[in-house]
Design a protein around this ligand. Structure first.
Ligand SMILES: [Zn+2]
Length: 464
């Protein structure tokens, strides 16, 4: 059996690792897997000794990362000294379980997603996946590093729980310390890299992240050039992704607009970013319009992580195709609200839409970008009213403070207090109160309080 010997491994790691015969050959090196299923080893082609020093830096950077962040990345844990007795340059990392597949298999085109939908996955799972991808970048950027090669083959994903793991952390960039090993993948590189050969850094990562997040949500590259810019295909590509880079849904310039944009996905259509929550649309505009040529203006990985986490509270199920998507409460009249997947008009009653407010010192409450959409049986989770929290990656362990029910007799929504102290609601001087087990009528324009220190909710839509 092939065996790798490690160079002074940290406590808790073996000094040598027995490997299976299975390997994965990449551009930079070959990845081997340990027989105990715990580790993977990357051995670089040739013996690039200068790489060892860089790996040493990377190991120091990621030696201490919080436990809840470990799952998103695979940092080098120790250097490899030899493989089968032969000196080599490489490192050992945690091995990802076999249930993970390359992200590209799920998001490359609508057919890839449709195959997943047939197996019971929904767009909500893709939303979680996009969040995990952003979280991986938050870990890297939080350490002052950039990835420089963000694309859909450098993430492993499991759609069943929406988890994603970032690969190629050994190639991270730290300005002044670690130079970029690669420029990135066509289609994901920031325009200034394509056009002016700018160096990859955290700000170019922000562009690549926006492209990857949108690709995960819309199953297409939102920056795909759709016209020729030169007779030579290579020059045309260079211009289309670089100097002439243009958001496919730019409101004033329709050169890159897909023909079937906004047609329901299941009718051979093409999802539009206008199906996304207001906050995700705002970040997309910021990334692909205001920040397209002003890298400092692009949203950060943390901005994306937060907006994607909160978007989970705005989802609504289609009664026909069973897909989940952000409820388009901003479309007026309500008859314009349709399912972006099958085109079915969303049937009444319209759900409750709350806007969350937070207390700021003695000055009172201020509005946040967060909204919560609630239909029959939907729960209002404890994290929603806690001003220090965003929705956790999984709510299996999360308690709830209330739920919503449709009152068939009065044709109104009711908010039932399941676990809060006292819920109060006030509008135009009229006040309602619900202790545990009792409920209030959800009224348009009402302010709902969940107790001292909690977020407050403003009812922006109450059915009809
Ligand atoms: Zn539908």
């Amino acid at each position: 059996m092939p065996t790798a010997v490690l160079k002074s491994p940290p406590a808790g790691m073996p000094t040598s690792i027995v490997l299976t015969d299975r390997t994965r050959v990449g551009g930079e090196g070959t990845v081997h897997f340990s027989t105990d299923g715990k580790y993977a080893i990357k051995v670089y082609h040739g013996t690039p000794v200068e790489r060892e020093k860089l790996l040493g830096y990377v190991m120091t950077i990621f030696r201490t990362i919080p436990r809840d962040q470990e799952r998103y990345i695979l940092p080098p844990l120790a250097l490899v000294q030899s493989l089968n007795g032969k000196p080599c340059v490489g490192f050992v990392m945690r091995r990802v379980e076999d249930r993970y597949r390359e992200l590209v298999d799920f998001v490359l085109h609508p057919a890839a997603a449709a195959a997943q939908f047939k197996q019971g996955r929904t767009w909500a799972d893709y939303l979680k996946l996009a969040r995990s991808i952003s979280s991986a970048l938050v870990v890297l950027h939080g350490k002052g590093c950039a990835h420089s090669d963000i694309h859909f083959s450098n993430f492993l994903a499991d759609l069943r729980d929406g988890s994603a793991v970032m690969l190629e952390v050994d190639g991270v960039v730290v300005p002044g310390f670690l130079p970029a090993q690669v420029a990135g993948m066509a289609g994901f590189m920031a325009p200034e890299i394509v056009h002016r050969k700018a160096r990859p850094d955290e700000r170019t990562d922000r562009h690549s992240l926006a492209v990857l997040v949108l690709h995960t949500l819309l199953f297409r590259n939102a920056m795909q050039p759709l016209i020729d810019y030169a007779t030579d295909p290579e020059t045309s590509e260079q211009l289309g992704w670089g100097e002439m880079a243009l958001f496919s849904e730019h409101p004033a310039d329709r050169r890159h607009r897909p023909k079937a944009l906004g047609v329901p996905l299941f009718s051979r259509g093409c999802l539009s970013y206008t199906m996304l929550t207001e906050e995700l649309r705002r970040l997309t505009d910021q990334a692909f319009m205001a920040g397209l040529r002003v890298p400092d203006d692009r949203p950060t990985s943390r901005d994306w992580e937060r907006a994607l986490a909160c978007a989970i509270d705005e989802l609504w199920p289609c009664t026909r195709c069973r897909q989940w998507f952000p409820y388009p409460h901003w479309l007026v009249p309500a008859e314009r609200r349709t399912c972006p997947f099958c085109g079915m008009r969303i049937s009444p009653p319209a759900p409750v839409v709350l806007r969350l407010l937070e207390e700021r010192g003695k000055t009172g409450f201020y509005t946040t970008h967060r909204r919560v959409v609630l239909g029959s049986g939907f729960r209002l989770y404890a994290d929603v009213v806690d001003p220090s929290r965003v929705p956790p990656p999984s709510r299996q362990q999360e308690g709830h403070v209330a739920h919503v029910e449709w009152d068939r007799v009065r044709c109104t929504w009711r908010l039932v207090n399941d676990n809060a102290g006292v819920i109060t609601s006030s509008v135009d001087g009229a006040r309602q109160e619900a202790r545990r087990g009792s409920s209030i009528v959800v009224e348009q324009g009402a302010q709902i309080h969940f107790g001292p220190g909690a977020r407050m909710a403003l009812v922006v839509q109450a059915g009809a």
